[in-house]
Write a protein that binds this ligand. Structure first.
Ligand code: ARG
Length: 577
């Protein structure tokens, strides 16, 4: 917003286009230097002058039109007239349309997210997919796209043969109902343990899966049971994370759509036999072949993803497809997209894998096979318990502390994930994530709650003042409305905060452009820090009358922006903490 002003002033002097200038303009390294810096190297060649000379020229010309500009080596530093600009900016920030971008023109973005495997624990990878996907979902909606979320459940495949075989041997309905995931996991672990010495288990498992694919009644019934009990547990987690899906369509949904894909691959001459299996060779693409039908005639993960992509394109009318799935599946998606392209689907271009790094909890990794798993539910419970402890220390009289602790504990996990560049591997420390200090979710939430109490104090002071005024003179002027567009004294810390708030649309755009929710998480931390600097340096509720309306309004806009940024990330913003 502000940079536009600088660009408009510089355009006639430099002969550069506004857009180009916007790209070139920098923020000076120190706030004292000004608000914008224009690097003059870019003109040195065409003007055949040293950059420093050009900088001096431009600064002098800007000064003649009343701008505060000064040369600093090869840069022109420009200082905006904050007294005049601040009220205008503040007004703009208050508009309903502020921060809503129109990048997408309604295009439909289908986001594949969460997608856990039934009858297995909800792993950390699935947590990351869930929270990154949910954030992207909101970000795209913010920017003028239409987001559509799909939970592509892993509810099909040979592991269900294993699940059924294990259940038939050792299963117990009661335990499974009470604790579906833990019990399923125990069955799974036992299966792998015993299969080492008992090869008949693997054969049983394979038979069960084949029966399942052929529609055998008992196999279907058991499978449905596993899906239902698992979903009950997953849904509890989704509720806590406040995540909803537009569609929950597991891999099994594509069973009756796979035949057509296989036929099409055949008809297009792409299917080749290889050691009894059917594959699509991808030598030209420098990739190993993509397996389509296994030797036992059953379909496999990539086959189902081909059918899925076609469905999302043809039926869901996707204009863009995002797959929020861990980086370890990079090759899988490259293969699937390559096969789609081989099939002649130019739209394979709209498919994009959004990978993310590994996360460890307190150094614990997960390995389903050995049964050493970090259960998300336990992690959330522990985070909430820690949050409750901190809240009770800080604010023993908070009436709904349990509810707030849930928002803070769960928020700490979500924010603690999203603040990392998604491609980075993360070593997650619960203690750090739940701390009210540092770059954490609770820090942002706490700042937001503190702002609310500042605002309540300001409102109370206002009320008392109005009462006194009514007693004395009957001037009914509203001070806030009156000062909105008048120049106002603006301190350094309020100016820095205001500029950051005004920059929000740029951050949103960057987050979308990179599919990177961490941009917003870091932004929220910056805003919270900028507010806290302002709060410590300038008075707000008890500020002098001439600046108070401005500072109170700035504080209100800050609270809104923090709450909204947290909302985008899927984190709640309690009013009080
Ligand atoms: N269920 C899979 C897993 O846990 C992830 C599925 C991702 N989505 C997809 N369309 N392949 O590994």
């Amino acid at each position: 917003m502000l940079m536009n002003q600088a660009a408009a002033q510089l355009a006639p002097l430099t002969g550069l286009k506004q857009n180009e200038l916007l790209r070139l303009l920098e923020v000076p390294p120190q706030a004292e230097m000004g608000d914008a810096a224009f690097p003059c190297f870019i003109l040195a060649k065409s003007l055949k002058k040293a950059p420093a000379v050009i900088a001096a020229d431009i600064a002098a010309q800007l000064q003649t039109v009343g701008l505060d500009a000064s040369p600093a080596g090869p840069y022109v530093n420009i200082r905006f007239n904050r007294e005049e600009l601040a009220p205008k900016l503040l007004q703009e920030l208050g508009l309903k349309t502020f921060g809503k971008l129109q990048l997408g023109a309604g295009a439909r973005v289908v986001i594949d997210m969460s997608s856990p495997n039934i009858a297995k624990p909800f792993g950390i990878g699935h947590l990351r997919s869930t929270v990154i996907g949910a954030a992207l979902y909101r970000l795209y909606n913010e920017a003028g796209y239409t987001s559509v979320s799909v939970n592509h459940l892993g509810d099909w495949g040979t592991q269900f043969g294993k699940q059924i075989a294990a259940y038939k041997r050792w299963g117990n309905d009661e335990a499974l109902q009470a604790e579906p995931i833990r019990t399923s996991l125990e069955l799974y672990v036992r299966f792998h343990d015993e299969a080492e010495n008992d090869p008949s288990l693997e054969i049983e498992a394979r038979d069960w899966f084949r029966k399942l694919e052929q529609g055998d009644e008992e196999a279907q019934r058991l499978w449905t049971f596993f899906v239902e009990v698992s979903m009950k547990e997953f849904n509890r987690m989704y509720e806590r994370l406040n995540v909803r899906f537009d569609h929950t369509l597991g891999e099994s949904f594509y069973n009756d759509k796979m035949g057509a894909i296989v036929e099409e691959l055949k008809a297009k001459g792409l299917l080749e036999e290889s050691e009894g299996a059917l594959v699509v060779r991808l030598e030209e693409e420098n990739m190993p072949p993509c397996l389509i039908i296994k030797t036992d005639g059953t379909t496999i993960y990539p086959t189902r993803d081909l059918a899925t992509a076609v469905y999302r394109h043809d039926v869901m009318k996707a204009d863009k497809m995002l797959y929020v799935v861990g980086g370890e599946q990079k090759l899988h998606f490259r293969q699937v997209f390559a096969v789609l392209s081989r099939m002649g689907y130019a739209w394979s271009e709209i498919c994009e894998h959004i990978p993310f790094g590994l996360m460890r909890f307190e150094g614990r990794k997960m390995s389903t096979r050995r049964g050493k798993v970090v259960f998300l539910q336990e992690v959330l419970d522990e985070a909430v318990a820690r949050a409750l402890q901190i809240i009770q220390e800080k604010n023993p009289n908070l009436p709904n502390s349990q509810e707030v602790a849930e928002a803070v504990g769960v928020g700490a996990i979500v924010f603690g994930d999203l603040r990392n560049n998604r491609l980075n591997d993360v070593d997650f420390s619960l203690e750090d994530a739940v701390s009210f200090e540092g770059e954490t979710g609770p820090y942002v939430q706490y700042t937001h709650a503190r702002i609310n109490s500042v605002l309540a104090k300001a409102a109370e002071a206002e009320r008392v003042e109005n009462e006194n005024q009514l007693e004395n003179v009957s001037s009914s002027n509203n001070a806030a409305a009156n000062t909105q567009n008048k120049p106002v004294m603006v301190g350094d810390t309020s100016w820095a905060l205001l500029k950051l708030l005004a920059d929000y649309p740029q951050y949103l755009e960057k987050a979308i452009h990179r599919n990177e929710p961490s941009v917003i998480a870091k932004y929220a931390i910056d805003v919270a820090q900028a507010f806290n600097r302002f709060y410590h340096a300038e008075r707000i509720a008890d500020a002098p009358a001439d600046v108070k309306p401005f500072r109170v309004a700035l504080t209100e806009r800050t609270a809104e922006r923090l709450a909204y940024s947290l909302y985008l990330l899927g984190v709640q913003a309690p009013e009080r903490m």
